[in-house]
Write a protein that binds this ligand. Structure first.
Ligand code: NAP
Length: 283
């Protein structure tokens, strides 16, 4: 029997409908002014430009605004930090998204750290990560938090299950591993130096692909009845996991596209709404 489709597109639409009502309430409280997500795009990477555009469109769909900051490819770390400082100080801005990746000459970590914790709606700061890892309130990294919300929505059991995460990036692999751990899964994190990856993947009840290489995780390594979560998106509508051969024998899977991607945006917007509610004292 085919696995359940973890339909991130449908869930993100339902989330947006709920957010629209919350945004209307914030606007009432703010004399009609909309909550604002500042999006910072540095350089001319076309994929990043598309992601930022999609995030801006999602803001408008729920009645928010986005403040677009576009900086040239040659921007320095100091220049980018100065723009982030301005956004931190701007009371109209409730959330700040610095689109990853930034050009190579920029110290991305320093710039992420510059974002005020109260405006870190994309969950990129070390303090936000640390708080999340310790189970304290924090905005989670958007893609991992979106994955967790999707799994929760479909009632996917995690407690005591073996989750294997392939990838350990600060925005995806590491935080999703920590969130799965907090949900009482037993977690194995794999990376480019991992030996015997296919054997490790074979014992996964839940496999998360966060590698950035098309169909890198092979169907033959995935056991029957596994839950397949794929954060990757590559030309030809494929992810980081070879999905087609496992659809008929897995418990559940995220489609590519329409799985993890829409949940990332819905989570970012959701966390911006929560930040706006916090700034207006709405509980
Ligand atoms: P990244 O920063 O490039 O990290 C890739 C990770 O994969 C690294 O930890 C790397 O290990 C690991 N890796 C590379 N080669 C490997 C190998 N041969 N065996 C095992 N692990 C290996 O990428 P990312 O930003 O986390 O993104 C990962 C994927 O998710 C990409 O496809 C990206 O497009 C996608 N993504 C999607 C969304 C969304 O909204 N849907 C958001 C973010 C990312 P090392 O640490 O050892 O180098």
């Amino acid at each position: 029997m085919a696995g359940i489709v973890l339909d991130g597109k449908a869930l993100s639409q339902a989330i947006e409908a709920e957010l629209s009502a919350r945004v209307a309430k914030i606007r009432e409280r703010a004399g009609g002014r909309p909550p604002i997500l500042a999006t910072v795009l540095v350089g001319d990477d076309p994929a990043s430009a598309t992601y930022v555009k999609m995030k801006g469109s999602a803001c408008r769909r729920v009645g928010m605004e986005s403040l677009k900051v576009v900086l040239p490819q040659a921007t320095s770390t100091a220049e980018l930090c100065a723009r982030i400082d301005e956004l931190n100080a701007n009371p109209e801005v409730q959330g700040i998204l610095l689109q990853h990746p930034v050009p190579k000459q920029i110290d991305e970590r320093s710039c992420f750290e510059r974002i005020a914790l109260s405006k870190d709606v994309d969950g990129v700061t070390m303090l936000g990560f640390g708080r999340m890892a310790m189970g304290e309130p924090a905005y989670g990294s958007a893609t991992p938090a979106g994955i967790m919300r999707l799994l929760a929505h479909y009632g996917i059991p995690l407690e005591g299950r073996h989750a294997v995460v392939v990838g350990r990036s600060p925005i995806l692999g590491k935080p999703v591993a920590m969130m799965l751990l907090n949900a009482h899964a037993t977690v194995t994190i794999c990376h480019s130096k991992t030996q015997g990856l296919p054997e490790i993947v074979k014992v996964a009840d839940v496999i998360v692909g966060a590698v950035g290489k098309p169909e890198f995780i092979k169907a033959a390594s995935i056991r029957d009845g596994a839950v397949v979560v794929d954060a990757g998106f590559h030309p030809g509508n494929v992810g980081d996991i070879e999905l087609a051969p496992v659809i008929g024998r897995c418990a559940a899977y995220t489609p590519v596209p329409g799985g993890v991607g829409p949940m990332t945006i819905a989570t970012l917007i959701s966390q911006t709404v929560a930040a706006a509610e916090a700034s207006f004292g709405i509980s």
